[in-house]
Design a protein around this ligand. Structure first.
Ligand code: WT7
Length: 654
């Protein structure tokens, strides 16, 4: 389990109430909780009307008659891109900066809301010229550059559906995502900047389309890396050529509130990633509401920066849709935190006078390791709200974040949510909640969370249990692309009964004696490495797809820097010829996993073993392997088919 343990957190009693000044100017008012509690569905209807522009107002708020398939605001019509762009221009805010972009190599660009609107209108026309129609899927495989946002917004502006694939995923992973969604178009770049070098992207797209059976008709290529690429005439086309030729006129049409907005693939407990489907009106309501209230956004004066890549849900909800729907000014950064120097992020905060900063505990812990002297060299006094997301933040990291980055004064919101939830579900509201390190604390207004035991009854604080969402919420996933049964089975089968539907999140949690929720990590075969979600089975499948491997088992082992790390136990075939020594086998397999899934899935350690611990029914007991990987005393082995196996494994590894 990651950094939180019930024991250490039960003793966490430090509290940080909001300062009087902060509370006085807070966007969120304490009444929100009472309003939402009195009429949860009506509360969301109010938010949807207040925060968004509707091409046609809705009259129904929630239709839960086909649960767990929800419909929110179903008879309303909306255009998500219009909400993020045109309406701000129409309201007289066209000259407000939408984002300052900072390339890793020192390139910069600034877009006002007017300029961004024009760019997206042009890009929408480019897509139409390429034959993209309402409902078509478009894969986007780009670095964090302005074109990534422009492409996403252009796709949704014409009612098409994007599937953004993180640029760190391999050609193989890209291929399976393109195929699953049957994408018509891929938007990519020649390359992007990372760690001082250009990493190629177009080559991976070529690889993904190489078998010739793909549904992809065109590849639209942004010039960014200036690296050499191969070109397929008739299929490949340059973004800049198309944009230069495109008309800047495009009127946004309203689409049904439930029309698909995007698919985002995420790892589950089985080998195949799931295409999480989000739709338009409910999603945008949820992300706009949470972005505004959780970060206390004052759009006229704040400069917001979320360090996530647009390839993850955090990038979708809190780089693209939430901030732009709220008319925020933000910072975008293409590269890694330590290029060209260890203070790059702090330099960016200083340069743009960032006021709200949102990042992951793994980043904070790596900065802690380098030491406070690096951030201390920069003026970070503009910061007034800090956020954390992706994994539990341990109290030490929380305090360091507040003291060293936040000058000992900023509130920190620890936000719990998932790709599936669309937006933040559990978090303090900084002008209201008295903050407590190590706890995500309270459900946001309008969200109902319970902690249940295996038997489905509520557990009493401070006992641990399983986290469920007990009522539908507007940002909820609407399904798994192409697999309604898996959707019901994965999320709704564990605790639902009769007409009562409860969403099972896959996380363990407990409520402490103050009523605050403390997250305890995943309870399923999903790992969390640097805030990124990986499936043990997906990596096992990647390992056994290599011909030298007979069997493989993967566990997530606690890791100080990354929360969890991938540790694999592998049995090598006796008759293989490609790896003569264990070291060679390990090197070959690490590379193989990177190629199959992406560098993020590369195991920290691979142990070559002769046997794996299995029950009599043949199930691998990962719990025991986790004990070994974390250097603990090995737990109960009595259910093993062969009880000596663990002894042999642990003797060998010592
Ligand atoms: C899983 C979801 C939500 C965007 C990033 C990850 C873990 C997320 C927290 C937090 C403890 C957290 C959970 C969750 N998680 N935020 N604040 N405290 N755990 O999205 O890839 O869909 O992963 O991340 O285990 O289930 P994701």
């Amino acid at each position: 389990m990651p950094s939180n343990s019930i024991d250490s957190l039960l003793h966490e009693s430090r509290q940080f109430p909001p300062s009087a000044e902060f509370a006085a100017d807070s966007i969120a008012k304490p009444e929100l909780y009472a309003e939402a509690a009195a009429d949860r569905v009506g509360f969301w209807a109010d938010q949807a009307r207040e925060l968004l522009h509707w091409h046609k107002p809705f009259t129904q708020t929630l239709d839960w008659s086909e649960a767990p398939f929800a419909k929110w605001f179903a008879d309303g019509k909306i255009n998500v891109a219009y909400n993020c762009l045109d309406r701000h221009v129409a309201a007289g805010n066209g000259d407000r900066v939408a984002f300052h972009w900072e390339g890793e190599n020192g390139d910069t660009a600034t877009y006002t809301y007017s300029e961004l609107t024009t760019a997206v209108k042009k890009a929408a026309n480019v897509l139409i010229d390429l034959g993209v129609e309402q409902g078509d899927r478009v894969a986007i495989y780009l670095p964090v550059i302005p074109e990534a946002l422009i492409a996403m917004l252009a796709v949704v502006r014409i009612g098409a559906v994007h599937s953004v694939v993180f640029g760190g995923f391999s050609s193989e992973s890209l291929r399976s995502r393109i195929d699953d969604a049957a994408a018509k178009l891929v938007i990519t770049a020649d390359g992007g900047w990372r760690k001082g070098k250009v990493f190629p992207l177009k080559g991976a797209v070529d690889g993904a389309l190489a078998n010739g059976t793909s549904t992809v008709e065109n590849v639209l290529v942004v010039k960014r890396g200036e690296n050499d690429i191969e070109w397929t005439d008739g299929r490949d086309t340059w973004w800049h050529d198309r944009m230069d030729a495109a008309s800047a006129e495009h009127e946004a049409e309203g689409f049904d509130a439930e029309s698909p907005l995007f698919i985002l693939y995420t790892s589950g407990t089985t080998g195949k990633p799931k295409g999480i489907l989000h739709t338009s009106g409910g999603y945008l309501t949820h992300v706009a509401f949470t972005h505004k209230n959780v970060f206390d956004l004052h759009p006229e004066t704040d400069v917001y920066w979320c360090s996530a890549d647009v390839g993850w849900i955090t990038g979708h909800s809190y780089v693209v849709y939430g901030p732009l729907a709220n008319g925020a000014t933000q910072v975008l950064y293409e590269g890694t935190p330590d290029t060209p120097h260890a203070g790059r992020w702090w330099e960016i905060i200083q340069k743009y006078r960032v006021t709200i900063f949102y990042t992951a505990p793994t980043a904070i812990r790596s900065f802690m390791k380098i030491g406070r002297q690096v951030p201390n060299e920069f003026d970070l006094s503009s910061l007034r709200v800090l956020g954390s997301v992706g994994e539990p933040i341990n109290p030490e990291a929380w305090i360091w974040y507040r003291d060293v980055i936040g000058g000992g004064k900023t509130p920190i919101v620890d936000t719990w949510w998932q790709t599936e939830t669309g937006g933040i579900m559990i978090s303090a509201l900084p002008g209201i909640t008295s903050l407590k390190p190590g706890s995500a604390q309270v459900p946001i207004p309008g969200v109902k969370i319970d902690i249940l035991g295996e038997d489905g009854t509520r557990v009493d604080p401070p006992n641990g249990g399983l986290l469920v969402v007990s009522e539908p919420w507007p940002g909820m996933l609407r399904g798994i692309w192409g697999d309604p049964e898996r959707f019901v089975e994965t999320y709704w089968s564990k605790f639902s009964s009769g007409n009562t539907w409860k969403y099972f999140a896959g996380d363990g949690a407990h409520v402490d004696t103050d009523g605050d929720i403390v997250l305890l990590g995943r309870v399923d075969d999903v790992m969390n490495v640097s805030g990124h979600r990986l499936s043990t089975q997906e990596i096992e499948s990647a390992l056994v797809s290599n011909h030298i491997v007979a069997e493989a088992a993967v566990v997530g082992a606690a890791d100080e820097a990354t929360g969890q790390a991938v540790v694999a136990f592998v049995i090598i075939k006796s008759n293989q010829k490609d790896a003569n020594t264990a070291d060679e086998a390990v090197a070959l397999l690490k590379k193989h996993v990177s190629e199959q899934i992406g560098a993020i899935a590369r195991p920290r350690q691979i142990f070559i073993v002769a046997e794996l611990p299995k029950t009599r029914s043949g199930k691998i007991m990962r719990r025991l392997l986790q004990d070994v990987a974390e250097g603990r005393e090995i737990g109960d082995t009595t259910t093993l088919a062969d009880t000596s196996v663990m002894q042999i494994i642990s003797d060998k590894l010592r």
